[in-house]
Design a protein around this ligand. Structure first.
Ligand SMILES: NC(=O)c1ccc[n+]([C@@H]2O[C@H](COP(=O)([O-])OP(=O)(O)OC[C@H]3O[C@@H](n4cnc5c(N)ncnc54)[C@H](OP(=O)(O)O)[C@@H]3O)[C@@H](O)[C@H]2O)c1
Length: 299
C-alpha cells in the first residue's frame, strides 16, 4: 500500500484502518472488538439494537441489519476493513454482500472448515451452500480477503451443557465418544485481529482448532473437574436427542450436529497449529477455557 508515492508504514495503516465489526455483540465478534480496543484500533460495531449492545465505550455502535440492505451504507461509511459474522438468512446474502464489498477494502469472514476432508466437517451441512456463496461474492469482488475456518467452539458448552450442569448432576448427551478439538473464542479473535490489522493475510484460509482432540464425554468431565463436581454423563440415543436438544437450535441444526458427531466417531479430531503460527501463542486448551468460564457452570 502506498501514500503519495511512498509505502505506508504499519503504524500509519493501523491509524487509518477504520474497522467495522458485523456480529460484534456475539461470541466471537465481542472478543474481536475487545482485542481491537486493547490495540487502540478505530472500531465501529453494527448491531440491530445498539441500546442493548453492551460494548466498550471506545466502540462506536451503529444500527444496522444485514436483512435490511438500506441500513448498511451508513454503517459502512468511511470503513476500510470489515469483520463479518453471518447468522442472517441466505436470502439476505447477495444484497448485503453487494454493499459490503462496494465499501470495504479488506474483509475477514468468519466461515467454517467446509473444505477440510474430515468426517466431522463433511456431512450434509445447511450452512455450506450459504458460506460458499458468501465466499464467492467476496472473492470475485476484488477486495482483499481472509477466511477464518474454525472448528467447534469451546463456547458451545455454554448452551449445550451449562444449563444441565447448573440444574443437577446429570448430563444427557448423544455420541459421547465423538471427538472434537474445541477452540477458545479468544484464539479465533486473536487470529481475526491479525488478519484485520496486518497485510500478510490476504487470500489466506485459516483452519482453526483447539490444541487437543477430546471426546464430548472428556469435555464434560473436564468441566466437572474444574468446578469440583461429580457429574453422571448419560448417553442418549439420536432420537432422544432430536426431542431433547431443540432448546439448542431448530431440528435441522440438531440433525446436522447429530450427523457430524456420528461420522466423527472412531478417529481423532482434526487439529491444526494455525493459531500458534499466526499469533505466536499456543492455542488455549479446553481446561483453560473451562477454568476461565467456570462461573457459567455453577448454580
Ligand atoms: N458454534 C460453532 O461451533 C461454530 C463453528 C464454526 C463456525 N461457526 C459460525 O460462527 C458464526 C456464529 O458466530 P458467533 O457464535 O460469534 O455468533 P453469535 O454469538 O450467534 O452472534 C450472532 C451475531 O450476529 C448478529 N446478527 C444476527 N442477525 C443479524 C442481522 N440480521 N443483521 C446484523 N447482525 C446480525 C447478532 O447481532 P445482534 O443480534 O446484536 O444484532 C450477533 O452479534 C456462524 O456463522 C456459525 O456458522 C460456528
Amino acid at each position: 500500500m502506498r501514500s503519495r508515492g511512498r509505502p505506508i508504514t504499519h503504524v500509519e495503516w493501523s491509524r487509518m484502518n477504520h474497522i467495522l465489526v458485523i456480529g460484534g455483540t456475539g461470541t466471537i465478534g465481542r472478543q474481536v472488538l475487545s482485542q481491537l480496543v486493547a490495540k487502540g484500533a478505530q472500531v465501529r460495531a453494527m448491531a440491530r439494537n445498539p441500546d442493548a449492545a453492551r460494548l466498550p465505550p471506545q466502540v462506536e455502535v451503529v444500527r444496522g441489519d444485514l436483512t435490511l440492505p438500506g441500513t448498511l451504507d451508513g454503517c459502512l461509511d468511511s470503513i476500510d476493513t470489515v469483520f463479518l459474522v453471518w447468522t442472517a438468512p441466505p436470502s439476505a446474502v447477495a444484497p448485503a454482500l453487494e454493499r459490503i464489498t462496494k465499501h470495504a477494502r479488506r474483509i475477514v469472514f468468519l466461515s467454517a472448515p467446509i473444505k477440510t476432508q474430515h468426517p466431522l466437517f463433511q456431512q450434509p451441512n445447511l450452512l455450506r451452500a450459504m458460506f460458499e456463496q458468501i465466499e464467492r461474492l467476496i472473492e470475485t469482488s476484488g477486495v482483499q480477503w481472509t477466511f477464518l475456518r474454525p472448528g467447534m467452539f469451546a463456547a458451545n458448552a455454554l448452551t449445550w451443557w451449562a444449563p444441565q450442569i447448573r440444574a443437577g448432576d446429570v448430563v444427557r448427551w448423544p455420541y459421547l465418544a465423538a471427538p472434537t478439538a474445541p477452540i477458545d473464542e479468544r484464539d479465533i479473535a486473536s487470529v481475526a485481529v491479525r488478519a484485520l490489522c496486518e497485510d500478510r493475510h490476504a487470500g489466506a484460509e485459516y483452519v482453526l482448532t483447539g490444541p487437543q482432540s477430546l471426546s464430548q464425554s472428556e469435555q464434560v468431565s473436564t468441566i466437572a473437574g474444574v468446578i469440583g463436581r461429580t457429574l453422571r454423563i448419560q448417553e442418549i440415543t439420536p432420537d432422544e436427542a432430536r426431542r431433547e436438544l431443540l432448546r439448542i437450535g431448530p431440528l435441522p441444526a440438531v440433525n446436522m450436529l447429530l450427523e457430524a458427531w456420528a461420522a466423527a466417531i472412531g478417529q481423532p479430531a482434526h487439529v491444526t497449529s494455525t493459531v500458534a503460527e499466526i499469533t505466536g501463542a499456543p492455542a488455549k486448551t479446553f481446561i483453560e477455557w473451562a477454568t476461565d468460564n467456570a462461573a457459567e457452570f455453577r448454580a
